[in-house]
Design a protein around this ligand. Structure first.
Ligand code: 16C
Length: 253
């Protein structure tokens, strides 16, 4: 009798009682689905390549503003998907790897896996300076029929509003709108003779997807030049950073 009343489901996010939860749940699932679709069929255009890293874009404009979607894939040895996502999500490390930020603030810690961030980004000449207000959610991809699925983690960032943030219309900055997803899967090469798994046996497959609407006027040529430089710089710097942070620490799945 006692067993019957015990919870049978896997532990779920504490954030599910938050007013934003339905949106977080829906957008995270959409972004996961979108990230898992390949870059084939000629719609994606390769614009940067470095070692295992490939970056693709699609040129798109909305009301005259450049909103080119970006999709990148990368493979990094020696780290897990959880480790990648942990360093991307946690505010403690953001300023170590994020080079476009001037200030970052956690406006609300909804739960261990969900926070609301306000960031002020560096100004890009000749445009006005931008800020970004978004929720960020870290989760392990729920069980599916795919046996590798339990090795997949996602961080999803999506623009939102918040009572303690300045209004986007009368603030000092133009607010960008963003939807970003980092999806990471751990591949394990089983060690011979049942030996312990070491970092040499790990490969992390990364997909990074981003759509940023600049929120107000910015010259298209400047914007495209900035992102073509900044996205590759980000993904290289961030993945090196995580590799360095993890190399002498126990593996975390
Ligand atoms: O995903 C990344 N970082 C996360 C944590 O910070 C989060 C942030 C997304 C960035 C949103 C872009 C905000 C616009 C910044 C203005 C550009 C600053 C460049 C400074 C150069 C000195 O998800 C990694 C983000 C990687 C870098 C993104 C660069 C995107 C540029 C898009 C152009 C935006 C409009 C700029 C107006 C001129």
């Amino acid at each position: 009798e006692r067993l019957k009343s015990m919870p049978v489901s896997v532990p779920r996010s504490q954030a599910q009682s938050h007013v934003l939860w339905p949106e977080i749940d829906r957008i995270t699932a959409e972004q996961l689905h979108y990230a898992r679709q390949g870059v084939g069929e000629g719609v994606w255009e390769l614009f940067a390549e470095d070692g295992e890293m490939r970056m693709y874009k699609r040129e798109e404009e909305v009301n005259g503003l450049v909103v080119d979607p970006l999709k990148a894939v990368h493979t990094v040895k020696g780290v897990t998907g959880f480790e990648m996502c942990h360093y991307f999500f946690s505010p403690d490390y953001r300023l170590d790897w994020e080079t476009t930020i001037e200030q970052m603030k956690v406006l609300e810690k909804v739960s261990d896996d969900t926070m609301i961030f306000l960031q002020i980004h560096k100004r890009v000449w000749p445009a006005s300076q931008r800020d970004a207000l978004f929720w960020s959610h870290l989760r392990q991809v729920p069980d599916s029929r795919d046996p590798d699925a339990q090795n997949i983690w996602i961080v999803c960032n999506h623009s939102t509003e918040h009572h303690s943030a300045p209004e986007k219309s009368n603030g000092k900055y133009i607010r960008v709108f963003l939807t970003v997803a980092l999806v990471c899967q751990t591949m394990i090469e089983p060690p011979k003779n049942g030996a312990q798994i070491t970092r040499d046996d790990l490969t992390c497959k990364i997909t990074y997807c981003s759509v940023v609407n600049p929120g107000g006027w910015a010259p298209a040529s400047v914007l495209r030049a900035v992102y073509k430089r900044e996205y590759p710089k980000f993904l290289k710097k961030f993945t090196h950073y995580v590799y360095d942070q993890c190399k002498n620490k126990p593996i975390r799945f």
